[in-house]
Each structure stands twice: as structure tokens, then as C-alpha cells.
Design a protein around this ligand. Structure first.
Ligand SMILES: C[S@@+](CC[C@H](N)C(=O)[O-])C[C@H]1O[C@@H](n2cnc3c(N)ncnc32)[C@H](O)[C@@H]1O
Length: 214
């Protein structure tokens, strides 16, 4: 869900950095060939991810939920030359399109792709993560937070997507709506965990920015 009107969305996009041609091509191909293309971060959120990554200049990034790799390439824009980005995707069907676009990117040698459930991969990753983008199955958001927090470098940043869940987090929650219940618990945890400083940005479907205190 987009909380901005179409006009305001277009205005914000028109007054933000232009989408790099490789990302425009990836977005086009995802919309033409892949089911559920709206999972892709898109221009405005992608430029936000890129800019945050450039501001932080992280040597070590982790993305949970690669899909076709749009956000991966946005986050990679902030990597210094020796930096590395691990991205985790459970569905191997997305590998050919990821490979096609990662290979054309100047960051291809810095991107490490994993194809397995993220909770199986995360324990094998080294400590010292500086930037994380959590954007996979919502039922595991709290588990992802538990898995990554001990691996974060002090001052590191955790970005979490879809935290407003189409506005359901402020509506009456049905007993069987586990995703909304977990996201509400997750947002509460981000806001109150003494190890974190959090701001929830109402951009697109809601993206939280949490800094791990030093
Ligand atoms: C919203 S999409 C990611 C979009 C991508 N980050 C972007 O912005 O372009 C979520 C992805 O998480 C993947 N996923 C779901 N459950 C997963 C799991 N347990 N481990 C790893 N990936 C998972 C899905 O297959 C899907 O491709």
C-alpha cells in the first residue's frame, strides 16, 4: 500500500535523484516477467536505501529477502571498495534475474548471494554488520532481529520494510491475522528495546530505521 496520493508520489519521485538505468531495466523486467512485482522496493524507497547506504558507507551489509535484487543494488551503492554485501533469498527461481543484473553492476564482485531460508544462513555470517535491510517473511521479523542484534557493530543500522503493513497495524486485529500481530509486536520492540534508537518513517508501506547504540 502507498500512503501518499499518486500525485504526491510522482512529485516526490520527480524531485529525487533519477533512477539509475540498470535499476530501471531491472524494475521493467521484474514487472514484465515475475509474479508479485510490487515486492520490489521501487524508485523512491530505492533512492532512500542508496542515500542511507552512502551516508553510512558500510563495509558490511546484510539484506534479508533479495527477490530480484533491486534493493541489493541500491544498498551496494554505498559500499566502499573493500566492502561486502550478503543477500539472502529462500527462492532459487530468482537467481537468473539476480545474476543477470548483478553481473552488469560495478558492485558484482562485492555481492554474496545466498539461497536458503534466512534463519539458516544468518548464524554462519560473521559479526560486525553495519547495515541490515530486513525485507522477507513477516512472521520471522522478531526472529531476524534476535539473530542479527548480537552480530551488529555498535552504531550499525537496521532497516525494516513493510512495518505499517498497509495500515493494518492501527486497525482492529483479527485473531487469525498473525502477520499484523507480529509486526505490531516487532514495532513495539524496535521502539522500546534499550539497545536501539528507532524512527518509523511512513514512506511507502512503512520503513523503520533503528540505530544500535554504541
Ligand atoms: C518483499 S521481497 C524482497 C524485495 C527486495 N528486498 C527489494 O526491495 O527489491 C521478499 C523476499 O523474501 C523472500 N523470502 C521469504 N521468506 C524468506 C526466508 N525465510 N528466507 C529468505 N528469503 C525469504 C521472498 O521469496 C521474497 O523474494
Amino acid at each position: 500500500m502507498h500512503f501518499l496520493s499518486a500525485d504526491l508520489q510522482h512529485y516526490a519521485e520527480a524531485h529525487s535523484q533519477a533512477e539509475p538505468p540498470l535499476l530501471a531495466a531491472l524494475s521493467r523486467e521484474t514487472h514484465l516477467r515475475v509474479l508479485q512485482p510490487r515486492m520490489l522496493s521501487g524508485l523512491l524507497q530505492g533512492r532512500l536505501l542508496s542515500l542511507l547506504s552512502k551516508l553510512l558507507s558500510p563495509s558490511y551489509i546484510v539484506e534479508i529477502g533479495t527477490f530480484t535484487g533491486y534493493a541489493t543494488l541500491c544498498l551496494a551503492e554505498g559500499l566502499p571498495p573493500e566492502g561486502v554485501l550478503h543477500t539472502i533469498e529462500a527462492n532459487e527461481e530468482y537467481q537468473p534475474i539476480q545474476d543477470k543484473y548483478f553481473q552488469q553492476s560495478p558492485y558484482h564482485s562485492q555481492i554474496v548471494q545466498h539461497f536458503a531460508p534466512a534463519l539458516e544462513v544468518l548464524p554462519s555470517l560473521p559479526d560486525g554488520i553495519e547495515l541490515v535491510f530486513i525485507d522477507a517473511d513477516k512472521k520471522n521479523y522478531l526472529n531476524y532481529l534476535e539473530a542479527i542484534l548480537p552480530k551488529m557493530r555498535p552504531g550499525g543500522v537496521i532497516l525494516s520494510d513493510n512495518v505499517l503493513w498497509s495500515g493494518k497495524v492501527v486497525e482492529a486485529v483479527k485473531d487469525n491475522d498473525k502477520h499484523t500481530q507480529i509486526l505490531m509486536e516487532y514495532n513495539q520492540r524496535l521502539a522500546t528495546d534499550p539497545r536501539l534508537e528507532t524512527v518509523l518513517l511512513p514512506i511507502r508501506d512503512g520503513i523503520s530505521l533503528a540505530r544500535v547504540k554504541g
